[in-house]
Design a protein around this ligand. Structure first.
Ligand SMILES: CCCCCCCCCC/C=C\CC(=O)SCCNC(=O)CCNC(=O)[C@H](O)C(C)(C)COP(=O)(O)OP(=O)(O)OC[C@H]1O[C@@H](n2cnc3c(N)ncnc32)[C@H](O)[C@@H]1OP(=O)(O)O
Length: 295
C-alpha cells in the first residue's frame, strides 16, 4: 500500500473562491482529508495504481457543496497522479450515497446554489470523463445523485437488499439531461424513460435485471469483487482502454461542457420556483418524520 497523503484541503465558506490547492506528499498509505472531518478517505495502492475512495459523510453521504468540492479535488489529484483505477464506495453503513443534500436546494442562497451546481457538474465531468477504470462498489442505498455517481463508473457491483435509482420526480424535481444521458448509457432509452418519469427506486435484484448494476455479491464481498474486476480492466493495454472509453463518452461529456452555464441557469430558475420549493419542503418533512419514527 502506498502513496498520496493529501492534507489541508481548505474549503472556504467565502464565495466564489472555494478551495485552496491541497498539498500532496508521498507516504506509505493514503488519506485525503477534507475540512468536514475525514469525510473522504482515499487509499492508493502504489503497486497497482488503484485508488479506493470511501465516502464518509454520515448520516447518509448526502452531497453538499463542501463534500462535492472534496470529491472533485480528490478526483483531479488522482488523475494528475496517473492512477489507473478507482473504486468508489462508502464507509457509512448501509448507505452508498443519498444523493444531493436537499438542504442545498431548499430555501437556498441563490449564489451558493449556483456554485453548488457547478461543483456537481465538476464531479460529473471528472468521474464520467475519467481516464481511470472506475468501479462503483455499491454497499448501501443509492438514490438520485448516488445513482448518478454509480452510473458514471465503468462497472457496478452491488450488495443485496438496497435500492438504487433516479427518484427525482418523486421529489417534484427533474433529473437534468446529463443525468439522463448517463443512465441511458447504462440501461438504454426505454428503461431510462420509464425510470425517470416514475422516479423508480429499484431493489438490488431489479437493478441487476435491467443491468443498472452488473453484479450482485454479498455485502462483505463487494469491495473484494470490485478489486477482482479491476484486475481485468488493468490487464487491457492502457491507451486502448482509455481511448475506447473516450470514444463512448466524449459526445456526452462535450454536451455538458458546451452548455454548462445554461445548465446552471436552468437549475437555478427551476429550483427557486415556488412549486419546487413546496415539494422539497414536503419531502424533507417526510424524511424527518420517518427518521424520528425510528428513534
Ligand atoms: C427543466 C430542468 C432543469 C434542471 C432542473 C434540475 C433540478 C434538480 C435536479 C436535482 C438532481 C438530483 C437530486 C438529488 O440527488 S435529490 C436527493 C434525493 N435523495 C433522496 O431522495 C434520498 C432521501 N433519503 C432516503 O431515502 C433515506 O434517507 C436513505 C438514503 C434511504 C437512508 O435511510 P435511513 O433510514 O438510513 O436514514 P434516514 O433516517 O432516512 O435519514 C437520516 C437523516 O439524513 C437526512 N437525509 C436523508 N437523505 C438526505 C438528503 N438527500 N439530503 C439531506 N438530508 C438527507 C434525513 O432527513 C435524516 O435527517 P434527520 O435525522 O431527520 O435530521
Amino acid at each position: 500500500m502506498a502513496t498520496l497523503w493529501t492534507r489541508g484541503i481548505q474549503v472556504c465558506r467565502a464565495l466564489p473562491r472555494l478551495c485552496t490547492a491541497p498539498s500532496v506528499q508521498r507516504r506509505t498509505s493514503v488519506r485525503l482529508m477534507s475540512t468536514e472531518k475525514d469525510n473522504l478517505l482515499v487509499d492508493v495502492d502504489s503497486k497497482t495504481g488503484v485508488a479506493t475512495m470511501q465516502m464518509n459523510r454520515p448520516p447518509v453521504n448526502s452531497l453538499n457543496l463542501e463534500f462535492l468540492t472534496s470529491i472533485s479535488i480528490a478526483l483531479e489529484k488522482l488523475e494528475n497522479e496517473k492512477c489507473r483505477g478507482l473504486i468508489l464506495t462508502s464507509d457509512v453503513p448501509k448507505i452508498f450515497c443519498a444523493g444531493l443534500d436537499i438542504l442545498e436546494m431548499y430555501q437556498p442562497d441563490v449564489e451558493r446554489l449556483q456554485v453548488f451546481w457547478r461543483s456537481l457538474q465538476d464531479v460529473w465531468l471528472r468521474l464520467y470523463g475519467s481516464k481511470m477504470a472506475t468501479i462503483a462498489a455499491i454497499n448501501g442505498h443509492s438514490p438520485a445523485g448516488g445513482c448518478l455517481l454509480a452510473t458514471c463508473c465503468d462497472y457496478r457491483i452491488m450488495a443485496p437488499n438496497y435500492t438504487i435509482g433516479l427518484n427525482e420526480t418523486q421529489l417534484g424535481i427533474v433529473a437534468p439531461f446529463w443525468f439522463r444521458d448517463t443512465m441511458c448509457g447504462v440501461i438504454g432509452h426505454r428503461e431510462t424513460e420509464h425510470a425517470l418519469t416514475l422516479g423508480i427506486m429499484y431493489s438490488t435484484e431489479e437493478a441487476l435485471n435491467i443491468k443498472l448494476v452488473d453484479k450482485v455479491v454479498p455485502q462483505d464481498k463487494v469491495i473484494p469483487a470490485a478489486q477482482e474486476k479491476m484486475k481485468q480492466y488493468l490487464k487491457i493495454p492502457e491507451v486502448a482502454r482509455q481511448l475506447s472509453k473516450d470514444l463512448m463518452r466524449r459526445e456526452t461529456v462535450e454536451k455538458l461542457r458546451l452548455r454548462r452555464e445554461d445548465d446552471v441557469a436552468a437549475f437555478k430558475n427551476f429550483a427557486v420556483r415556488e412549486s419546487v420549493q413546496k415539494s422539497l419542503g414536503m419531502y424533507l418533512e417526510m424524511l424527518k418524520k420517518k427518521s424520528q419514527q425510528k428513534k
